[in-house]
Design a protein around this ligand. Structure first.
Ligand SMILES: O=C(O)CCC(=O)C(=O)O
Ligand SMILES: [Fe+2]
Length: 430
């Protein structure tokens, strides 16, 4: 497979319809390259039915993805799902989108649909490659065309700073916080009403609170998370592995053991549910305290009756681990925000920057996708971010050491009729 695409001027972007028709009429020799077809018109059922697609990060990038898929070796379209996942990911690498998760909405729908179309195309054309091996030319992501009308996609990488300055968050003395039991019953609602935090969430998609959580709680959680390499000892109920072949991320070095019913499974990076327990309740309380302090005001926190389900996850990444961009939508639950607490000290790992990705449409088919990354986080630092509503998030590759964090999610009760349907599953193979 080619590792990079030819420059835009010679990209095999969809030929005009009349050229297609002309070529169809010509008898194609078995050895000559086939024209890559027009991308399918986006199925009405998808655009109309699936809300996530309409506001998706990759809306209107179908041409670009189609072009990337043209570089997937034809016979891979016949292979098992896991091999296809890897192939699609490699192809996306060529168009600057290697960091986007394949197993999540909306890329799952885009890639799935285009992959099926490509498979059909190859079947019809006897599995011959549509392309001659193209010269390896590195291209700027900024120059990629993504529509037939000279649109451009620009992928920007930015680092997080905000109006407070990265290190200048007010850390008020603990005594200033007047404890209130009701407040400790909800995470999300204090977040939503904490005005400073909320304005950063609205404009940047995230906010960082340095040293948000008491050291003793961080120490307890760190101890629990690293006391053993055996996942089952950590009160964890399930573990989702971040693997290339499942389209979620990169596993990295394999260092953890997971006991299955009869066997032991090795895994490099994963996230896993944590059972509710006393230390998590303390953690939650500590976070709420710090949000209130950070905001410098008392909030009108709501009670549990208005809060949805809580969920805590432990995230462990070994060197090489990566969490590709995704949203946290789960079957019937919506988690609008997440608080991610770093448990590793900054000298224990390199890389592993958390980011939020957001898209801006700039008219004339131009758009930019901005990935806003955090600076290096230390144990006790907290990132609050928008976990869906148009924002994607992920973690860049850990290049050294191990990075451990806890995510606190709280769903909101669903409003009737406001449910976002799950997208079409990528069929066997993508
Ligand atoms: O580890 C990270 O920085 C990302 C975690 C994440 O995606 C999540 O907790 O939902
Ligand atoms: Fe996530």
């Amino acid at each position: 497979m080619q590792r990079s695409l030819p420059p835009p001027s010679v990209l095999p972007l969809c030929p005009p319809a009349n050229a297609m028709a002309k070529r169809k009429r010509q008898k194609t020799k078995a050895s000559s390259p086939l024209p890559w077809p027009e991308p399918l018109p986006w199925p009405e059922t998808y655009t109309g039915k699936y809300e996530y697609f309409k506001r998706g990060l990759l809306l209107n990038t179908e041409h670009l993805i189609w072009t990337a898929l043209a570089h997937v070796a034809p016979d891979l379209f016949n292979k098992m799902k896991q091999e296809k996942m890897v192939a699609v990911h490699e192809a996306l690498d060529m168009i600057g989108l290697r960091w986007v998760g394949l197993n999540n909405q909306p890329l799952r729908a885009v890639v799935g649909t285009l992959f099926d179309a490509a498979q059909g195309f190859y079947k019809k054309n006897d599995w011959r490659s549509p392309l001659n091996p193209s010269p390896v030319v590195l291209m700027e992501v900024n120059d990629l065309e993504f529509t037939g009308s000279n649109g451009r996609i620009v992928i920007k990488n930015q680092s997080y700073t905000n109006s407070h300055g990265e290190w200048e968050f007010p850390i008020l003395p603990r005594e200033n916080f007047d404890s209130n039991d009701q407040q400790s019953q909800s995470i999300i609602f204090p977040i939503a009403v904490a005005t400073k935090i909320n304005s950063n969430l609205e404009t940047l998609g995230m906010d960082i609170i340095r040293r948000a959580v008491d050291q003793d709680i961080v120490d307890i959680l760190r101890g629990r998370a690293s006391s053993t390499m055996n996942i089952t000892a950590l009160e964890e109920t399930t573990a989702t592995l971040l693997t290339h072949t499942k389209g979620a991320g990169l596993a990295g070095d394999t260092i953890y053991q997971r006991k299955m019913s009869k066997t032991t499974q090795q895994c490099g990076s994963y996230y896993s549910d944590l059972k509710d327990s006393v230390y998590l309740t303390r953690l939650e309380k500590s976070i709420i305290d710090s949000l209130l302090k950070h905001d410098g005001q008392r909030t009108n926190a709501q009670t549990t009756s208005q809060a949805g389900k809580r969920k805590y996850i432990l995230l462990k990444y070994s060197t090489g681990g990566e969490n590709w961009a995704h949203t946290d939508d789960m079957k019937n639950e919506v988690f609008p925000y997440q608080a991610l607490l770093m448990l590793s000290n900054s000298d224990e790992y390199d890389g592993g920057e958390f980011y939020v990705a957001n898209r801006t449409d700039e008219g004339d088919h131009n758009m930019s996708i901005t990935r806003l990354s955090t600076p290096k986080l230390n144990a006790g630092d907290l990132v609050i971010f928008k976990a869906n509503s148009g924002y994607y998030h992920g973690m860049k590759r850990v290049t050294r050491g191990e990075r451990v964090a806890v995510g606190l999610l709280q769903s909101v009760p669903e409003k009737k009729g406001a449910k976002v349907k799950n997208g079409p599953r990528v069929k066997k193979g993508a």
